[in-house]
Design a protein around this ligand. Sequence first.
Ligand code: TYD
Length: 214
Amino acid sequence: MKKGFFITFEGGEGAGKSTQISLLASYLREKHSKEVVCTREPGGTIGAEEIRNLLVKGGQDRWDKLTELLLFSAARRDHLVKKILPTVQSGNIILSDRYADSTIAYQCFGYGFNETVYRQAELLYQLIADDFYPNLTIILDIDVQKGLERSKKRAGNDEQRFEDMDLSFHQNLKDGFLFLSRKYPQRYAVIDANRSIEEIHQDIIIVVRERLGL
Ligand code: TYD
């Protein structure tokens, strides 16, 4: 099998993931002959985008918490099977705006940490992905207040369901990402996202070179 790479970007609201993904994609396209695919979760395939609409729109209590977790996981399975695995197996690079760590941070930490749900969510991930994990997960770590202000400024955004959660939800999910980065230090890189776009981009390039040799 050819060696492809799967890199995920994670973080709270307004951390600048999409900007950094397009900058990294341009950098990698210039440097390498591999194809670079950009994708997102929830979404990335026709079916998963349909599930996305159910998840990101509407009132905060639209879904029971477990139903919500299962919907994210169902969307992920479709995305994995139809897009992520085929890209990696053909030796190319795929960059995803969010992946499974968002489910741990949002659904297991956001509403208040629940050990049982967390353990079962990790098992559910193994059910849908076996032992397949990203080669690298970049967490853009931003001050919660600053990130929320930024994301609320985005014009015409009707995907507000999670943004509208209270401040403690956002603080909890930030703690969730940092917990994961300490638990799996070999896969994670935490980058201070309170700085300029260019400074953050340069740090990302260093990490991608050092960890993946790209
Ligand atoms: P995204 O499009 O990345 O929103 P943003 O760019 O504003 O961060 O993700 C949509 C929302 O879905 C976002 O609020 C985070 C949430 N989410 C979860 O709660 N769990 C998940 O597993 C994923 C992938 C996303």
